[in-house]
Design a protein around this ligand. Structure first.
Ligand code: WTA
Length: 650
């Protein structure tokens, strides 16, 4: 256990190890330590090498990185066009016929889009935007389902030097109007509706409601997808297909400065108004192209890659749009939910397109576990050769299940830690080079420097603490839109000179990093600071448990008491005593939950992160605050009823 002064105690131990398989290593892009060695010598030069190798520039930089804490500029003075990098240059290189996107609509309709076609569509839509008055530096809001036009809209903005601000299609009218107003966007791109769980959900209606309070919007472009009725306002609203009919494809990709704003992406956080995270072009593109290529060991001419994120999240920006397209990858894009028409939809798609690289979130993996082993077993998944995870700490047992039931015990699993703010992956294995431990994101990537520190900012060698980043990286956020003070306060004030991500982490004896969740979630039980992640992983390691959420609720005796909410796997059963004892055996009696409640679902944000703040409110019998970011609000009502009925265990 860590010293008292360390931020968080490290309790659990994991001894399983998986070295890169020999046949994976044979074709892997990185084997051994050469890339780490090179980056350690000079990280600026390392990134400059990647920038030259992976990105096409119109003008060379005069300095690799200018760092005036907390602001970094990368590839200073250089110029490039991001859309050119994602499209034109592939067509020029003769791979215009390569499939960029295999798109699968939820009802089963499909579209296959080559790089040449994606370029043509993007050029024409870029002309459309220019025709609507969008110029360099303007902001464009995008509120679309998972359809190819979402990527086209983003790339069209990039092509003409406008910044996009994508708002997840599941967000409410209020969230949309807040974000439009903060960004002062000129144009909104939306759709009539999209498919979800077998039905059309209306988007234009929500957009109309938002538009009542967004004075800066001059034009609205509406993509026809749902076929549902919409109201079009004369002069303001235009159908995408009508504008595109007459659009010119003469829209050259002008070079822009490496620090030109590429996009804003709002993170909601648990409190306060959303922050408009700013990302620029040259450094960001270098970072996402590099990580997409090497973390996923991309062989662009043979791999079929699939990232299941929504384009409205940073994962969709970096690892559906910019990274894969910059690398000329072929990818699958899916519109709908994983259980329509049945619980094996994802595996059906993997088999259909022969997906070789699959990137998803722990929350999804635990859901597949809950649905049962028989679902993936219905399909031939032998095309897969690499699996990835992002979004939350992955419990070792979920990692093992993913490896075994999806990866056929053959695919490396890369757990990738990063954030909207970091722009791209920061901590992750390189699958041909790193020996994996289930549940560990392993090491910072070459060119990235992370350190765990304690409450007093002292370096932690072994044990738990706070994860900090100690040197600038190319994809880092350039600030918070219109709020430099908040940028300083949020990320740079807790540990002077360091970027503090808000996550707890521990280092084991071998120097592997284990993410412990948000530090706001850390519990204090009789003076021990215990991470919710470790107790959750202990619960999930019981064969009957698919998913668990753990919170610390006020307790007169121990300061906080551990309260657990548990979802069982279909067809399994377990009682409270068994699970409490199991936790005691796995990590020690101190971590034994005081009470365990069983629930069919856990409250989650729309991007799938467990909302522990709400569960704490439930556990402490408080009125619930803002629940608008919940994916399914009925889950919480259900839990409140149960909490009221079942007295906590001793
Ligand atoms: C969490 C998603 C553990 C973490 C790319 C981070 C993770 C927040 C991991 C960012 C991981 C993301 N292991 N935790 N592999 N990946 N997180 O901005 O708490 O939606 O700070 O970016 O997700 O979430 P965001």
């Amino acid at each position: 256990m860590a010293e008292e002064s360390a931020g968080i105690d490290a309790l659990s131990a994991e001894n399983r190890r998986f070295a890169p398989p020999e046949d994976f290593k044979r074709d892997a892009l990185v084997v051994g330590t050469f890339m780490y060695d090179e980056a350690n010598e000079d990280f600026h030069e390392f990134w400059a090498g990647q920038a030259s190798d992976l990105v096409s520039w119109s003008r060379q930089w005069s300095a690799i990185c200018e760092w005036e804490l907390p602001y970094a500029k990368w590839f200073v003075g250089a110029q490039l066009n991001v859309a050119y990098n994602c499209l034109d240059r592939h067509v020029e290189a003769g791979i215009g016929d390569r499939v960029a996107i295999y798109w699968e609509g939820e009802p089963g309709d499909t579209r296959t889009i080559t790089y040449a076609q994606l370029l043509d569509e993007t050029k024409r839509f870029a002309s459309v935007l220019q025709g609507l008055g969008v110029g360099v530096g303007d902001r464009v809001n995008i509120y679309l389902p998972m359809i190819p036009e979402a990527a086209v809209a983003m790339l069209a903005c990039a092509r003409i030097g406008a910044a996009h601000s994508v708002v997840f299609g599941g967000f409410s009218a209020q969230s949309l109007s807040d974000r439009i107003n903060d960004a002062e966007a000129k144009v909104l791109i939306t759709a009539d509706g999209g498919w979800r769980r077998g039905e059309v959900f209306p988007l234009k209606t929500a957009a109309d409601e938002a538009l009542a309070t967004t004075p800066t919007i001059e034009h609205v472009v509406v993509v026809r997808r749902g076929g549902n009725d919409v109201t079009m306002v004369d002069g303001r609203d235009h159908w995408y297909h009508e504008l595109m009919e007459h659009a010119s494809d003469d829209c050259p990709a002008e070079p822009f400065d490496s620090e030109q704003l590429l996009f804003l992406l709002y993170t909601s956080g648990t409190t306060g108004k959303p922050k408009g995270i700013m990302h620029t072009t040259g450094g960001y593109l270098t970072h996402v192209a590099f990580t997409h290529k090497y973390v996923f060991d991309l062989h662009a001419d043979t791999d079929v890659y699939w990232c299941t994120a929504d384009i409205g999240w940073i994962t969709g920006h970096s690892y559906i749009v910019y990274g894969p397209l910059a690398n000329g990858a072929t990818q699958v894009m899916y519109e709908g939910v994983p259980n329509f028409p049945a619980n094996d939809r994802m595996w059906d798609i993997v088999e259909k397109y022969k997906v070789s690289i699959f990137y998803t979130a722990p929350t999804a993996i635990r859901t597949y576990m809950k649905w049962g082993d028989q679902e993936p077993a219905k399909h031939d998944l032998t095309s897969l050769r690499l699996l990835g995870s992002v979004g939350e700490p992955i419990n070792p047992e979920a990692w093992m299940w993913y490896r075994e039931h999806i990866g056929g015990d053959r695919c490396p699993v890369v757990d990738t830690w990063w954030q909207t703010e970091t722009g791209g992956i920061m901590i992750s294995p390189l699958p041909g080079a790193t020996t994996l431990k289930p549940g560990s994101a392993t090491f910072p990537l070459p060119g990235i420097s992370a350190e765990v520190v304690d409450d007093n900012a002292a370096h932690v060698e072994v044990g738990g603490g706070y994860l900090t980043l100690t040197q600038p990286w190319p994809g880092m956020l350039r600030g918070i839109w219109n709020d430099p003070q908040r940028y300083q306060d949020t990320y740079w004030s807790r540990f002077p000179g360091r970027y503090f991500a808000g996550d707890g982490a521990k280092l084991d004896d071998d120097g592997y990093l284990w993410l412990l969740g948000r530090v706001d979630d850390v519990m204090n039980v009789s003076g021990h600071r215990i991470s919710t992640t470790e107790v959750e992983s202990a619960l999930v390691s019981h064969p009957a448990v698919a998913e668990a959420a753990v919170v610390g609720a006020n307790d007169a005796t121990t300061g906080q008491a551990i309260i657990a909410y548990v979802t069982l796997r279909t067809g399994f059963d377990a009682d409270v005593k068994t699970l409490r004892d199991h936790v005691a055996t796995e990590i020690g009696p101190i971590a034994k939950p005081k009470a365990i409640f069983f629930t069919p679902e856990l409250p989650k944000t729309r991007s799938g992160k467990i909302m522990r703040r709400l569960l704490r409110d439930v556990a402490e019998g408080r009125n619930l605050g803002d629940t608008t970011t919940l994916a399914d609000a009925t889950v919480v009502d259900e839990l409140q009823t149960r909490a009221a009925q079942a007295p906590p265990e001793d």
